[in-house]
Design a protein around this ligand. Structure first.
Ligand code: NDP
Length: 329
């Protein structure tokens, strides 16, 4: 039996936490022969502590053979001690009357503290996935507050956007999702994101040859970018199962390798495609079997994609300025 992977999850009693934990423990994240040990960051408030207790009782009742153990911890340093995978899902939701700047600041405080705790306590090869919004900037804050960890330990979740793009395209063309390759989503996890079919193939055929440009610009791109709001309107709550599934996909492919497939990850830029170095940005990546990844380089972007990428860079620069007080010198 392999040694368990030590996974820490924040926001474990929230919607996405609930949708994700059971699948981690069942083997969906790391494979059917890889045990896991779960550490759940508990918030010091009686309502959420009680909810978390209930989640842990249910996890226990599943009798998952791969769940080697679990614990709830309140102190972030203790929660991240030796962790190899960290899912940062917990975040401050936007409350009534809260401005965007207030939301950025409230979350900046959370992700600064978690970055500092990861810096002190996590495995030096930890793989951190930030789900809590604004996820690109939250990941950047955590990364900047963890100077002793490789910046490549940090990522933000744009996989839900890639999955949405693939399924919209599959629906339009009638092809199975599994036949779609090289779908990319560039940028910020915000309505400005850039779903890009330029390099995609469907059963080996070039995706742009299968649909018209008008559909791509006026239907496909806005549908993917605004899907989160459409889910809230339909369900009365934000995406949870699909977000949890994307988190499973993201970590699965980062941990096990993407077998040559492109996977969209929000990762610190290496300067590719004019994105400032260090900015956490959605790029198509390929992950090797050893868990190291590279941004796909040398793609000929259309002028429209370049302009949209520039808009995302400006948006993220604005977010970075708003949280500058949370970044160490
Ligand atoms: P929920 O409101 O259901 O859960 C939020 C969790 O965050 C709860 O566990 C809550 O704890 C915790 N939390 C709230 N405030 C704080 C705080 N100040 N410090 C630490 N933890 C806190 O939200 P969801 O699970 O639906 O969503 C979680 C995040 O994921 C949100 O930011 C959402 O916007 C984001 N998201 C990201 C997506 C992506 O593609 N990147 C897609 C969908 C959602 P408690 O139980 O104590 O209240």
């Amino acid at each position: 039996m392999k040694a368990p992977v030590r996974v820490t999850v924040t926001g474990p009693a929230g919607q996405i936490g609930y949708a994700t934990l059971f699948r981690i423990a069942s083997g969906a994240m790391f494979g059917p022969d890889q045990p896991v040990f779960l550490t759940l960051l508990e918030r010091a408030n009686p309502t959420s502590a009680a909810a978390l207790k209930g989640v842990m009782m249910e996890l226990s009742d599943c009798a998952f053979p791969l769940l080697a153990g679990m614990r709830a911890v309140q102190d972030p340093v203790e929660a991240f001690r030796d962790c190899e995978v960290a899912l940062l899902i917990g975040a401050r939701p936007r409350g009534p009357g809260m401005e965007r700047a207030d939301l950025l600041e409230a979350n900046a405080a959370i992700f600064r503290q978690q970055g500092q705790a990861l810096n002190v306590a996590a495995s030096r090869n930890v793989k951190v996935l930030v789900v809590g919004n604004p996820c690109n900037t939250n990941a950047w804050i955590a990364m900047k507050n963890a100077p002793d960890l490789d910046p490549k330990c940090f990522s933000a979740m744009l996989r839900l956007d890639q999955n949405r793009a693939m399924s919209q395209f599959a629906e339009k063309t009638g092809a199975p999702v599994a036949s779609i390759e090289h779908m990319a989503v560039w940028g910020n996890h915000s309505p400005a994101m850039v779903p890009d079919i330029t390099f995609a193939t469907v059963e080996g055929k070039a995706a742009p040859s299968l649909v018209d440009d008008e559909w791509v610009k006026n239907d496909f791109m806005p549908t993917v970018a605004k899907r989160g709001s459409a889910i809230i309107a339909a369900r009365g709550a934000s995406s949870a199962a699909s977000a949890g599934s994307a988190a499973i996909d993201h970590i699965h492919d980062w941990f096990c390798g993407s077998e040559g497939r492109w996977v969209t990850m929000g990762v610190p830029s290496d300067g590719s495609y004019g994105v400032p170095e260090g900015m956490v940005f959605g790029f198509p990546c390929i992950v090797k079997e050893d868990g190291s990844y590279e941004i796909v380089k040398g793609l000929e972007l259309t002028e429209d994609t370049k302009a949209r990428i520039a808009k995302n860079v400006a948006e993220l620069q604005g977010e970075q300025q708003a949280v500058a007080a949370f970044i160490p010198n």
